[in-house]
Each structure stands twice: as C-alpha cells, then as structure tokens.
Write a protein that binds this ligand. Sequence first.
Ligand SMILES: C[S@@+](CC[C@H](N)C(=O)[O-])C[C@H]1O[C@@H](n2cnc3c(N)ncnc32)[C@H](O)[C@@H]1O
Length: 287
Amino acid sequence: MTGTVHLVGAGPGAAELLTLRAARLLGEAEIVFHDALVSKEILAFAAKARLVAVGKRSGRFSTAQHFINKQLLDAAKRYRTVVRLKGGDPMLFGRAHEEISFLKKHGIAVEIVPGVTAALAASAELQVSLTRRGEARSVTFVTPRVGAGERESRWVDAVLAADTAAIYMAAGQAATIAQALIDAGKPARTPVAVIERASLPDAKVSFATLGNLRALEAPAAPALIFVGEIYREAAAAAVSGEPVLRRTRRGTTRRSTSRERSSPPGHTRRCPGSASAASSRAGSSPA
Ligand SMILES: C[S@@+](CC[C@H](N)C(=O)[O-])C[C@H]1O[C@@H](n2cnc3c(N)ncnc32)[C@H](O)[C@@H]1O
C-alpha cells in the first residue's frame, strides 16, 4: 500500500481561513509535515496525526529540501494520508514543484489543496482591491530572494511592468528593494504598503513611499510589501486620520472610533484586534 501525499495550503495564519478541504484532510491525516509559520490553532485540526516540523525560515534552522522529499516518500510508503502543510498557497513560493516532481517520479499520488495566499489576506487587511477598477489591470507576485545556484530574479522588471506588485520574502530588505526600483526608474513618490502578520489579531499595516521606505520601522516577519498607485488613497487616509473600516475580531466591519482617529497621525495602524494604533518613523505621506 502507498498513500497519497496532500500538499495543503494552510493560508496566511488565521485558522478560519483554512479551506474546508484542508480542515478535513488534517483531521484524516496520520502524519503532517508542516512549515514553521503554521500556527498551533491550525495544527490542532490534525488531532490524530504525528506532527513533523520541517520549517524553512530565513536565517534559522531549516530542513533541507531533499530531506523533506525523502521524508514524504517514506511516509507515503507507510501511511494512507500524508499531509504536507504549507503556509499560504502551496503553489506560490512554496517549493511545491520539487516535492510534486520527486513524489511523482517515485510513483506516489499527489493532491494539491489551495490556500489563501499572503497577498490576498494582506489586501483584505488593507481593504484595497489589487485590481482597483480603472487603475490597476495587472498584478505581479515577486520575490527578490534567490536560492544558491538559481538564476537571477527579474523581479525589478516584473514590478515595473505591473500596475500593482506584491513582494514576498523581502521584509528585511525593504530599503534595498526601494532603491533598486527607484534606480530602475520607478518614481520615488510611488506608494508602498507593508503588511505584517496579515489575518492575525496583531496584524499591522504601514504606509510609505519608495523614497521614504527606509525610514519605516523594520517590519516583523512575516511581512509583505505592496507597491502601486492604488495605495495612495489609503496611505493619505492613514496620515490624515480619516475613518477607515476596521474589522472586529468577529469579522464584521466597523468605523474607527473617534479615539482611534484622534491618535497621532502616522503611517502605521494596528489592524483589528490589536491593542492600539501606532505611529511609525516614516516621513511624509505619498506625494
Ligand atoms: C516562503 S513564502 C510562502 C508564501 C506562501 N506560500 C503564500 O502563498 O502566502 C513566505 C512569505 O510569505 C509572506 N507571508 C506569509 N504569511 C504572511 C502573513 N500572514 N502576512 C504577511 N506576509 C506573509 C511573507 O512575505 C513571507 O516572507
């Protein structure tokens, strides 16, 4: 008997954003290999499974991909339902291809279960449509991150070509990214939104421009950087303290309170459920 390996998207963090299929498979799984970013609440769905952390986190201990592949193969020879649980969607910056091709080469059945990718959860926090009608007709998902032996990333060209860019795995290099885009001809006044821990109670949204992004407090991982004109209005509202729709813990939306509005105008706001609004060290609003 060989089992099936299910590559399952865990979504951006909030357990409620798991798909029903993901929750069912976690409940059925005998063994779950999971990424570092997957929360305890989500792992709790895998009540009867053996949990194996194979997290890859930049700068920290990580399990080599070839070793993960081998572990998945061995598990498929032993168990009927094997889950490989990946943050967000497995098919986006998740090294799914390596696992799929390795397992298929060894005759193992593979199923993919999509998840909510970070860019979509971050857009929900911002309440700004990635394809705002009349303004943005193209979106690019890029990362400047390049692994050893891989070809150079053409992320700068991709960002220049698209109306809106979602930059993954780049939080630690915000200043370098901004400079590379300015050097390539993107105006320094282009709005930038940085979203940390999208979908989680302590999510945080900050605004800057390419020109002053370096002044923004270093975002805590995981974080996503958006670049595009569609963030100009939201950035201006954050600075002026205009009311923005905030989501409550229950998922409904409400207007920000007058107390929240009277907090010092800054470029950063804590998202629903977080303790307080915060101001950032970034300079002026997008011009
Ligand atoms: C290795 S990539 C995996 C992406 C994942 N497969 C997805 O679809 O979201 C990890 C990067 O995703 C982004 N990310 C993941 N979860 C996030 C979250 N909750 N909020 C903001 N960014 C997140 C960050 O840029 C992080 O460095």
